[in-house]
Design a protein around this ligand. Sequence first.
Ligand code: GLN
Length: 202
Amino acid sequence: KPTIGVLALQGDVREHVHALEACGANAVPVRRESELAAVDGLVIPGGESTTISKLLEVFELLEPLRQRLGDGLPAYGSCAGMILLAGEVLDTRPDMKPLHGIDMTVRRNAFGRQVDSFETDVDFHGITDGAVRAVFIRAPWVERAGEGVEVLATVPSGPAAGRIVAVRQGDVIATSFHPEVTGDLRVHKLFVDTAVRPRAGV
Ligand code: GLN
């Protein structure tokens, strides 16, 4: 079975480990370069993106992780993880260093103060057996998706209707919301399937 790392510097690591194990993966925390080198895919959890960004430097993981992503490592980021996977981040600290896993611009805390947290059902491209319950917690959205980026889900209604909240570029997936807290394993399954698929050049 595939070994999927969960970046374990800060955030809801445990929830992702549980979801991945329930999908049949071998889920391991990643805090050092040798652990990163041993995984078939990596989840970047929800949490606080500026904190995780800083810790990536402290743990000397920023460049190794950028390199593995550049080499085609499958990755999935939820919420703060989406922010970290971006090429460019709006409304963040100037010293935040994103990973350039997906050609996109992400706006942090995009939904505003009045709507810190909310839930809605979204249609998710590639998941055909019903809508996905999306839990947003001080969530980002994708402000610009590059040409090679596939939009997987948008907000269906309300003031943020049409905003992009899930994307995929190659083997890298990101969601604004937290499937790891709902018990719905379908997004994690989609990612684990991506990570086990044979890839050109691997
Ligand atoms: N607002 C957080 C950040 O900027 C993300 C919130 C989350 O991951 N639930 O990193």
